[in-house]
Design a protein around this ligand. Structure first.
Ligand code: PEP
Ligand code: MG
Length: 583
């Protein structure tokens, strides 16, 4: 048995036979042609490109219909790239001047560009490179005359393992045949990861070396909740995951049972469970799971498939569509753009050559350096604010001064709107994320400045333990149960309590069942998570009393290592709710 850890990008558990996708893709039959055949070869190229463009348009239409225009735009962009005159000229020259076959010329040109993008070593460019591979494959399939993608012709359910999957491969996966997928490459912000979430196929990416350790047909477990992939599981592990899988299989049933019930402890203490979303369409996932609102709207995803900043009206429309779906009485926490580092970042005029982007000019730091960008978003949020229970939240705040600067800019924008006689909620609640250790340490002071806190444990863990959240090599250090992290969380909850402001946890920790009792016991009454996790967390809350939770959290805070904390919490969670999905 071998256990691999990666980045969970789409929840759910699956067990099945491995299907390993060929890394090389389509084999090129011949590389060179006779000189006098080059005109025919160019004609062949054009015919194949036209067919590939037609495929991209068909993909666009199908995806528009299936999941929304935002996703279909990926394929519209593919079609445009395929017809790019400069790219075509480059390929034609390889054919006419170097006597390359059309296939070889396409592959050479596309891979040259893709490799340049990959060498930039930034997630957003890697995603672009993956688009180029996708386009290459599509044109080649017409030149070589093969079926475009064997993945579409699956006859038996499988677990898909690949170095990487292109966006169109992912979008075309049939969730009935592909139980789950796992990839060596990829990050949270890749198109592939987003497509997996939208199609609700359990997925783990960024696993590092994987394919070399597995053969087609081997049994594989993919745990999309915790980012774990298990190759050739032993009997005990297999049994454990079969149980987990059954629980996920009965998800719809459990959902029906719990959807309209409150997240209330056995002794009547009510907690609020919110959903985290990246796109307006995901509001329906929140509604389907009985969320109390949206606790984190990651607006930087407005940049997906965009080469320019989203303008005010686009942003306003996106916020309005969330508000329309969620309704006027449930909160929608709109977080200002958290661009940079591992997040989507397309702005060519602001590309920075930073040695350490996670510690660099990202998130609000970037917004404060680019006031037009920041103000445009603040205007859009304010304009949407009278239409629902909108709340605004600033990410990556590290100092009191930074928070005050954000509030000052917000006040400026409010003044502008007043002058323009544009309506907005004058009492719009303002919050800050607590995801930098300095902010946690200064929580008492920060609490005087805002109406609410939201603890971003994904980054708080990474910065507290100096362990990159996307680096599989330090995954064992990266734990929400580390006593250092827990002490900071405790401190933040106390500071919020002292100032009488709300506090929520919106990192992945809040959707991980082993931490629910602890967080409740520490005093949290608000959690925001991937919508799919809500029913299970609600079930745990409904299975305990606050007194029990307090005792368990006190005990957990005594341990000195993450391992002891996690083992203890796992046991307690199982004791309270034996069928809980604990890992
Ligand atoms: C976090 O850091 O915990 C968080 C919720 O924000 P993100 O995952 O978007 O960085
Ligand atoms: Mg964060």
């Amino acid at each position: 048995m071998e256990i691999k850890r990666g980045i969970p990008v789409s929840p759910g558990v699956a067990i099945g036979p491995a299907y390993v996708v060929e890394i090389e893709g389509i084999r090129i039959p011949r590389r060179f042609i006779d000189k006098e055949k080059s005109a025919d070869e160019v004609a062949r190229l054009h015919a194949a490109v036209q067919m590939a463009v037609a495929d991209a348009h068909a993909n666009r239409d199908a995806i528009n219909e299936k999941v929304g225009k935002q996703y279909g735009a990926i394929f519209a962009a593919h079609a445009m790239l395929m017809e790019d005159p400069e790219l075509m000229r480059e390929i034609e020259q390889l054919i006419s001047q170097k006597n390359h076959s059309a296939e070889y010329a396409v592959s050479k040109a596309m891979r040259r560009h893709a490799k340049t993008l990959q060498a930039l070593n930034q997630p957003i460019f890697s995603a672009r490179a993956s688009d180029l591979f996708d386009i290459e494959k599509s044109i080649l399939s017409h030149l070589v005359g093969e079926q475009s993608d064997p993945l579409q012709d699956m006859t038996e359910p499988i677990v898909l393992l690949a170095h990487d999957l292109t966006p169109s491969q992912t979008a075309n996966l049939n969730p009935k045949m592909v139980y789950a997928f796992a990839t060596e490459a990829g990050g949270k912000a890749s198109h592939t990861a987003i497509m997996a979430g939208v199609l609700e196929i359990p997925a783990v990416v960024g696993l590092g070396r994987l394919l070399i350790d597995v053969s087609g047909g081997d049994e594989v477990i993919v745990d999309g909740n915790r980012g774990v992939v298990i190759l050739n599981p032993d009997e005990e592990t297999r049994e454990r995951y079969l149980v987990l899988q059954r629980q996920f299989g009965s998800f719809a049933k459990r959902l029906d049972e719990l959807k309209d019930l409150p997240a209330e402890t056995r002794d009547g203490v009510r907690a609020m469970l919110f959903g985290n979303i990246e796109f307006p369409q995901e509001s329906s996932h929140c509604n389907d799971r009985g969320a109390d609102g949206v606790g984190l709207y990651r607006t930087e995803f407005l940049y997906l498939n965009k080469t320019e900043d989203p303008n005010e009206s686009e942003q306003y429309e996106a916020y309005m569509s969330v508000l329309r779906a969620i309704g006027p009485n449930r909160p929608v926490v709109i977080r200002t753009m958290d661009l940079g580092a591992d997040k989507l970042f397309h702005r060519t005029d602001m590309q920075l050559d930073e040695k350490n982007p996670c510690l660099g000019l990202r998130s609000v730091r970037l917004c404060l350096r680019n006031l037009p960008l920041f103000k445009t978003q603040l205007r859009a949020i304010l304009r949407a604010s009278p239409h629902g229970d909108v709340r605004i939240m600033f990410p990556m705040i590290g100092t009191v001064m930074e928070l005050r600067q954000c509030k000052m800019i917000l006040a400026d924008v409010k003044e502008e709107l007043e002058e323009e006689r544009i309506d907005f909620n004058r009492k719009l609640p303002i919050g800050t994320m607590i995801e930098v250790p300095s902010a946690a340490l200064m929580a008492e002071e920060l609490a005087k400045e805002v109406n609410f806190f939201s603890i971003g444990t994904n980054d708080l863990i990474q910065y507290t333990l100096a362990a990159d959240r996307t680096n599989e090599h330090v995954a064992s250090l990266y734990s929400a149960g580390d006593p250092a992290v827990l002490r900071l969380i405790d401190q933040v909850i106390r500071a919020a309590g002292k100032q009488g402001i709300d506090v929520c946890v919106c990192g992945e920790m809040s959707g991980d069942p082993i931490y629910t009792i602890l967080l409740l016991g520490l005093g949290l009454r608000q959690l925001s998570m991937t919508p799919q996790s809500i029913p299970e967390i609600k079930k745990i809350i409904r299975s305990i009393t606050i007194e029990e939770a307090k005792q368990i959290s006190q005990e957990a805070m005594r341990f000195e290592t993450a391992r002891d904390v996690n083992n203890y919490l796992r046991d307690q969670t199982r004791r309270v709710l034996p069928e809980a999905v604990v890992n």
